[in-house]
Design a protein around this ligand. Structure first.
Ligand SMILES: *[C@@H]1O[C@H](CO)[C@@H](O)[C@H](O)[C@H]1NC(C)=O
Ligand SMILES: *[C@@H]1O[C@H](CO)[C@@H](O)[C@H](O)[C@H]1NC(C)=O
Length: 379
């Protein structure tokens, strides 16, 4: 555990990962922790292989041992009551909530959370959406900051503990938190709520709901979108998705979470890229749609149309300071666009002045995708 409680998310950095959801704060005195995590990871590897074998020898997913699936952090008891209360208050008429997760670094004044909230203020008809936003705080400081700024805050517990009553968040690593989030979202679906999950480093310019497909169970934004919303070769980004609560999505999230064991060491997004081709996913009958970066863009592949864009994600970006800087630049671009007279808006062609600090070409793309990306960059 980090003594000052600041290391909340350890990011899969090093430029090897396509996207980077969260800030990276690794302190030198954490070597001890990392040694422990390595040992735990090794253990998980062993468990993973065991479960992988179990899974593949089983006729269906349902025969996975239950104790593996919902071990430590089920949304239960007090946590579940609180969660229901928050969701009930924040839901839209059709039981949809917007969910984001926050840690201390992101919640600090003048950091990601402030920029995120500001985007709702200056977006087009996005102000009312804030009433449906549930902020899931991953530690005590993020929870306090949320309470100071926002009506719907939820402290996510781990190991049955409630962060809100703890002085320090018992930190684990990035992977653990991202998987925790998948598990949490599964709980939300089981309670019968649809959700739009948005990383807080995604700024909102317009109401996205009219851009969602009527027939998608899961609709997911992309780092790179190749033009066909049904094509699983698109490269999804787990940081923004719209998921309807039904038996297919509940089954899918259960499978996604359990698949962690089959791919030890991968984050939830990399595992998604594996399991999106899994026959079991077809068997569930789930309809996955990939969202066009024209509406749901990011620094990897920015929307080229300010008249249509709904969101901009600080993906393809490493480091909290860079993200904050470039998101602020992006908000400034948006402000300038809003000030243009209507006729100039319509004919507006000039693109974003960001990313400035964030830009990098991800290196772990499949070769085919790499060629597409290079082509993109030339255009
Ligand atoms: C904002 O939304 C309104 C209503 O949908 C629309 O008429 C207007 O053109 C939008 N403005 C921008 C800048 O998109
Ligand atoms: C889009 O992708 C789906 C799934 O791969 C395929 O069935 C469909 O034919 C594609 N549509 C077009 C227009 O290429």
């Amino acid at each position: 555990m980090d003594a000052d409680g600041k290391t909340l998310f350890v990011e899969s950095e090093g430029g090897l990962h396509l996207t980077d959801h969260h800030s990276h704060h690794v302190h030198h005195h954490n070597h001890q922790l990392f040694r422990q995590i390595r040992q735990i990871a090794l253990l998980f590897g062993v468990i993973g292989v065991t479960c992988f074998i179990l899974y593949h020898s089983a006729d269906s997913f349902q025969s996975l041992p239950h104790s593996f699936y919902s071990p430590r952090h089920d949304q239960s008891g007090n946590g579940l009551v609180k969660l229901k209360k928050v969701l009930e208050k924040a839901k839209t008429e059709d039981r949809t909530v917007i969910i984001t997760t926050l840690n201390e670094a992101w919640a600090a004044p003048n950091s990601i959370f402030d920029v995120f909230l500001e985007s709702f203020e200056i977006g087009n008809q996005t102000q009312r959406l804030v009433n449906h936003l549930v902020v899931v705080a991953l530690d005590q400081k993020a929870y306090s900051r949320c309470l100071a700024l926002h009506p719907h805050c939820y402290a996510l517990s781990t190991n049955g503990k409630d962060f809100s009553s703890e002085a320090l968040f018992m930190t684990t690593d990035y992977l653990e938190m991202m998987w925790r989030r998948i598990h949490f979202l599964h709980s939300v679906l089981k309670l019968g709520y649809n959700f739009v999950l948005t990383d807080a480093d995604i700024i909102w310019f317009r109401d996205p709901f009219s851009r969602f497909y009527s027939d998608g169970d899961i609709q997911i934004a992309c780092d790179f979108f190749w033009g066909n919303s049904s094509d699983r070769n698109n490269l999804p980004n787990g940081g923004f998705n719209y998921v309807k609560s039904n038996h297919r999505t509940i089954e899918f999230y259960k499978f996604w979470y359990a698949s962690r064991a089959a791919y030890p060491g991968l984050n939830e997004q990399d595992v998604l890229n594996k399991i999106k081709f899994d026959p079991f996913v077809s068997q569930i009958g789930i309809k996955i749609r990939f969202l066009d970066t024209k509406y749901f863009g990011g620094f990897c592949q920015p929307s080229k149309d300010l008249n249509q864009v709904c969101t901009m994600h600080a993906n393809c970006c490493i480091g909290l300071d860079r993200k904050v800087h470039d998101l602020k630049v992006t908000l400034e671009d948006w402000r300038k666009f809003l000030m243009l007279p209507a006729n100039l808006k319509a004919s507006h062609t000039s693109s974003w002045t960001a990313p400035q600090l964030c830009s990098f070409i991800p290196v772990n793309l499949p070769t085919s995708a790499k060629n597409n990306v290079q082509q993109e960059r030339k255009n």
